[in-house]
Design a protein around this ligand. Structure first.
Ligand code: GDD
Ligand code: MG
Length: 371
């Protein structure tokens, strides 16, 4: 493809990822060593996309600051702010003035994937579709858009958030669409329109096709558990990203320090200027961000410690997220998707498990929580 345009929808609030999203929009939540949106932009750029129209509900300065005009990704990004929320299809009207009158891509802005978009566009051209949905198999389709296919890949039925009785296939819409401009004929103007509930059902039998991506990675990263899974999959190379390339040089950045007797797994990453004390275990799927410090004899397993955070000696962190600049005392235990917000302090001896979330800047006194 040459010079393709892509509309990316980033209107959601990301409430399920709080406190990571308490003080930043979801697209720039740090995921391993870069903002989440960087993965999407690197992915679309690798499939010939040159222009991105980013449709936002509100424009956070922090988002524009981190992502900018896209030149870092070899892209040109146009930022569009919706004066009022119009839903997944209504948002397209705001993008329209920036679209050329030709085929374009539309993407949900919250998936981590390495699907073959190029193959999807080829399938779209082959079938002469008006719209082609990327499809992936999942175990439980109930949280997604269920897609029933005819043998020739024409869509037979589309059901957003199906009830258990309605589920008769494992294929769901993966949130990546190839669209012809004629799709606008199906979107009412000046009101809230859901592409999933109003447009796809009307296109069934009228040019809506599916393109099944098997053996590729796909995940909606919207919950802490899936965020941690995504972290692990990026670090292990299960999903193809630029991070894998970075890890070819080893899991420890040359500017980081690792103390005597410490062990760092091959599928972990110790980022720029981080300091790991002596006899620390940094297990698989763990990330220690720029300038962060980890005290002696701490144990990390699929733990995310963001930039500038400080982890005390003998802390035990498993399946958890420690926010930017947060401070954990000695012997603190975090597990089971526990999250500590940016700049929060958890003093010595606290035990936070069961998905406990500490808000940004909060402070927990020594040995107060064992949950
Ligand atoms: N700009 C804009 N304006 N973006 C919006 C709006 C809006 O009014 N509403 C939702 N979005 C964005 C969200 O930020 C997200 O990136 C994307 O549109 C999809 O919305 P979600 O709220 O994340 O929907 P979902 O995950 O429940 O379901 C969607 O994604 C599934 C795949 O992850 C649907 O498209 C399903 O059919 C699909 O299977
Ligand atoms: Mg979603």
């Amino acid at each position: 493809m040459t010079s393709t345009q892509a509309v990316i929808l980033v209107g959601g609030k990301g409430t399920r990822l709080r406190p990571l999203t308490s003080n930043r929009p979801k697209p720039i939540v740090p995921l391993v060593d870069r903002p989440f949106m960087a993965y999407m932009l690197e992915w679309v750029a690798s499939h010939g996309v040159t222009d991105v129209i980013m449709c936002c509900g509100f424009l956070a300065d922090s988002m524009v600051e981190e992502i900018g005009d896209g030149s870092r990704f070899g892209l040109h990004i146009t930022w569009v702010v919706e004066p009022s929320p119009r839903g997944t299809a209504g948002a397209l009207w705001y993008a329209k003035p920036h679209l050329r009158d030709e085929r374009f891509l539309m993407l949900n802005g919250d998936v981590l994937t390495d699907m073959d978009l190029t193959a999807q566009v080829e399938a779209h051209v082959r079938t002469g579709a008006v719209g082609t949905l990327a499809l992936v198999p999942v175990e439980d389709p109930s949280a997604y858009g269920l897609v029933r296919l005819h043998p020739d890949d024409a869509v037979r039925g589309f059901l957003e958030k199906p009830t258990p009785e309605q589920i008769d296939t494992d294929l769901i819409s993966a949130g990546a669409y190839v669209l012809e401009p004629s799709v606008f004929d199906l979107i009412p103007q000046d009101r809230l329109v859901s592409i999933e509930r109003e447009v796809w059902p009307r296109l069934v039998g009228n040019g809506l096709y599916g393109s099944v991506h098997r053996g590729r990675y796909w995940m909606d990263i919207g919950t802490p558990t899936r965020y941690l899974e995504g972290t692990r999959d990026i670090l292990s190379g299960r999903v193809l990203t630029q991070v894998a390339r970075r890890l070819e040089d080893g899991p420890v950045d040359p500017s980081a320090t690792v103390g005597d007797g410490s062990v760092v797994d091959r599928t972990a990453l110790i980022d720029r200027g981080a300091t790991i004390g002596p006899r620390v275990t940094v297990g698989s799927g763990s990330y220690v961000g720029p300038g962060a410090t980890v005290g002696e004899e701490a144990i990390l397993e699929n733990a995310v410690v963001l930039a500038g955070a400080r982890v005390g000696a003998k802390a035990r962190l498993r399946d958890c997220i420690v926010g930017v600049g947060a401070v954990l005392g000695d012997g603190v235990v975090l597990s089971d998707a526990a999250m500590v917000g940016d700049g929060a302090t958890v003093a010595d001896g606290n035990v936070l498990t069961h998905g406990v979330r500490i808000g940004p800047g909060a402070s927990i006194a020594p040995s107060t929580v064992w949950f």
